[in-house]
Design a protein around this ligand. Sequence first.
Ligand code: SF4
Length: 341
Amino acid sequence: MKPFKPQLIYIEPGALEYPLGRELKDKFEKEGVEIRETTSHNQVRNIPGDNELQQYRNAKSTLVIGVRKTLKFDTSKPSAEYAIPLATGCMGHCHYCYLQTTLGNKPYIRTYVNLEEIFDSADKYMKERSPDITRFEAACTSDVVGLDHLTHSLKKTIEYMGQTDLGRLRFVTKYHHVDHLLDAKHNGNTRFRFSVNSDHVIKQFEPGTSSFLERIEAAGKVAKADYPLGFIVAPLILHDKWKEGYYDLFERLEAILPHYAKKDLTFELIQHRFTKTAKNIIQKRYPKSKLEMNEEERKYKWGRYGRGKYVYKNEQADDLKETIQTYIDRFFPEAKLEYFT
Ligand code: SF4
């Protein structure tokens, strides 16, 4: 998987008041990428394409450089207290992606250049919770690692958190472009997680992301650079022969991961869920997808803001949880299972 290279850039004029905004403009000018102006990163118009599907595909290779105005952070349960907003959108094409619901008609990739203001805000949240630790999740609205070779804003955030006593950073990725992050002064305050899944799920539903092997090799590098390491197995899908598929995943993970990466390891487990909105969008954007989204076979779980979702029925969810837990106990007896949701 090659590192992401945007085909089209939009810049908000306000972004040029920040060093990172100017730096990115220079960089893309030199590379000859088309640059357009947009009045607001919230309303990017005229993304090329003759129909919605083409526009969607082009939006996923469009980078919008903007200023984050809302400095109030969303909460981010269960993995952290707050979501730190560095970017939104992703170049990947995972059929099940939760951004289908949360970003809806804004699938383009946005990066925010006012990092100092974002860090000031993070600082306030930390002070509010002091003396307790405050965890910030950087991957709620994007796969930031997939983008960071261009912006280095994640790297700066890692170093910023590294200097704090009470701040912790975490994010998850399906990309292996981690080399520039290996020398960041993280001070053990960042947990670097990789998203993994059965071979079936990766092959069927995760186009445009790094392969399993690439992700695990990157995980080894990250562990060597002394980052706390974790894996998110998500979404857990009850596909044909899922028990064998997930067994095989843990077996391969254990075989490939270097020994030093196996200490202080965490696992987070998330079962597949979908909303009605997401289902409609996914069927339009990935019409040939084999992703099962049959409401009748699922349990409806009420959610905030009327965003109720369909999860597996209790018996199936219990089976999933117990099965995966057995695999973790068998292959990674010292690892910590943080949650199943
Ligand atoms: Fe969505 Fe993550 Fe896939 Fe990107 S890599 S499309 S954020 S699930």
